[in-house]
Design a protein around this ligand. Structure first.
Ligand code: XUL
Length: 539
């Protein structure tokens, strides 16, 4: 095997899977691969990884496809010339909040997988829910309300779990499903968070969910030092289930919850026999994509400028958001993190790019269109009378607002003003909704729009902090998973692992522009006034 010791980090996200192999002695990522569900598995007819639905609030995917993609990952690694026998630790992350449902035969099945057959052929009969909700699903409105009401007299769901009853979280999702499909509820022995489901197959046994993903359920207790489920919430859910005629309490189906990065087992013999995996390889508890991204970026503060923008960082003292502007998840052992998700992120730039550069929504966008677009905002020195906008192309979650772009005294056809106002206003919005962050000294900026130089400078300026991006910035989540494995194998601290394996892209390091500091103070006030006025008008 020589000197090559790899850890595998994988991120099973909404649209695609991204994997990395990290060489723990050479301190470098030696392999990255990304594959889209729509392209690899056209037979499931997904678009952007989710199934078609007539009801916009319902967003499901296929659990069968998610099982197939795990097997595909091993095939792809081998096909690309990497030998799985060199991988000594595996950690899977995934889109948060997605749940997978299996019957009582599942445990025996994954323990004794037959290498003559693909996993899907053996596990298919164990799956009890044929399509499963992903984080974009917003359908269990009634159940979120009931859960909130039932817990009011006990201090409220926010104080009990750290989060308000979120439509995308498993508790309301499971309640809705149980009401609509009681037979499926009764036939289900295991309800998994997606990351724990993948990890269970990797380890050949039922494995617990970690706090990173388990706190995104509305079912967790708030004691980060001793992970567990919340008794009050469980009894509220169980009383709802009872009311609809279901006797089996939820806790019998949801398995355990453990610390981030706990070792939960060794690799399933199936992968040894079928793909030549190393029999000594360990499996770490799976996690959500957001905690994994935070670790992959060095564990400070991450601003991810993807199709939605997220702003997240370690939360030293756990203080839940009263207004529900951010969520709290578990992070590395004994720590929590807070995350705010602004729905109208890079989608706005895609829209403006099409609207203003080729001036047609039907034309294909080329790299030269994008370059032209990113030059339009112009000089990074801000003026007190910058034009501002509320960039809500879609309904916004932070702050909660209906769709509709609000322009402050300028015309929709003024190309330069629209594009500059969008860039400036998005960064003011990110800053004004970041009360969940501890003192910001360094920010890691990732996601597609991190390649937009004006936007990156504005993020740096609004936080008055240094910023950087990382090498392979699109792979921050799988890199985070691979770093966890490396930290464990090398028996080092997270700090040391961050230093060794988080590779800053030196060409991206930025400092705040001094001249902008006082102007930004003024602009933040103007932006807050504009936003408040609009929210009040909406009622
Ligand atoms: C976080 C959330 C999303 C998904 C995306 O609460 O819903 O960021 O994790 O994969």
């Amino acid at each position: 095997m020589g000197n090559n010791v790899y850890t595998l980090g994988a991120d099973f996200s909404t649209q695609s899977v991204k994997i990395v192999l990290l060489d723990i002695h050479k301190n470098e990522v030696v392999y990255t691969s990304k594959f889209d569900y729509d392209r690899i598995f056209p037979e499931y007819k997904t678009t952007g990884g989710s199934l078609e639905s007539d009801i916009p609030e319902i967003r499901h995917t296929s659990p069968y496809m998610l099982i197939e993609v795990l097997e595909y990952m091993f095939e792809k690694i081998k096909k690309d010339g990497f030998d799985p026998s060199h991988i000594l630790a595996y950690k899977a992350g995934g889109m948060q909040h997605c749940t997978i449902y299996a019957d009582k035969s599942f445990e025996e099945k994954i323990k004794n997988l037959d290498t003559e057959w693909d996993i899907i052929n053996q596990v298919r009969p164990c799956i009890t829910r044929k399509t499963v909700p992903i984080w974009e699903d917003r359908s269990p409105v009634e159940q979120a309300k009931i859960l909130t009401e039932k817990l009011e007299s006990q201090g409220g769901i926010i104080n009990l779990t750290g989060n308000k009853a979120e439509l995308r979280f498993p508790a309301p999702q499971i309640m809705k499903w149980a009401k609509e499909s009681p037979e499926e509820y009764n036939n289900t022995a295991h309800i998994f968070l997606f990351s724990a489901f993948l990890t269970s197959i990797l380890a050949g046994k039922i494995t617990p969910v970690d706090t990173g993903d388990g706190w995104g359920t509305n079912l967790n207790s708030l004691d980060i030092k001793s992970p567990g489920w919340n008794k009050e919430v469980l009894s509220a859910v169980n009383s709802y289930l009872k009311d609809i005629g279901l006797e089996t309490p939820l806790q019998e189906k949801i398995g355990g919850i453990t610390h981030y990065d706990d070792v939960v087992g060794k690799i399933n013999p199936y992968f040894i026999k079928r793909y030549g995996a190393n029999a000594d390889a360990i499996i770490l508890a799976g996690t959500g994509d957001n905690p994994a991204t935070l670790l992959g970026c060095g564990g400070n503060i991450v601003v991810s400028l993807g199709s939605s923008y997220t702003v997240n960082g370690v939360m030293k003292k756990i203080i839940p958001s009263k207004k529900g502007e951010y969520n709290i998840f578990g992070y590395t052992k004994g720590k929590a993190m807070a995350l705010c998700c602004i729905t109208n992120g890079a989608k706005l730039h895609d829209y403006f790019l099409k609207k203003y550069i080729p001036s047609s929504m039907d034309k294909d966008i080329s790299i030269s269109h994008w370059r032209e677009y990113t030059k339009i905002p112009g000089n990074s020195i801000l003026k007190k009378d910058e034009k501002l906008m509320l960039p809500y192309l879609f309904n916004e979650s932070v702050p909660v607002c209906k769709s509709g772009i609000v322009r402050e005294d300028f015309d929709e056809n003024d190309v330069r003003t629209n594009i500059r106002a969008l860039h400036v206003s998005q960064c003011l919005s990110i800053r004004s909704h970041s009360s969940h962050l501890n003192r910001v000294k360094n920010i890691c900026i990732v996601g597609g729009q991190s390649k937009n130089p004006f936007l990156r400078q504005m993020v740096t300026d609004v936080f008055k902090a240094k910023s950087y991006s990382i090498k392979n910035a699109d792979f921050a989540a799988p890199i985070g998973c691979a770093i966890s494995g490396a930290r464990h194998l090398m028996n080092i601290s997270y700090k040391k692992a961050g230093k060794l394996y988080m590779l800053k892209d030196k060409s991206t390091v930025l400092k705040p522009i001094r001249k902008n500091v006082s102007t930004i103070k003024h602009l933040l006030k103007r932006y807050a006034d504009l936003e408040n006025k609009h929210i009040q008008q909406q009622g």
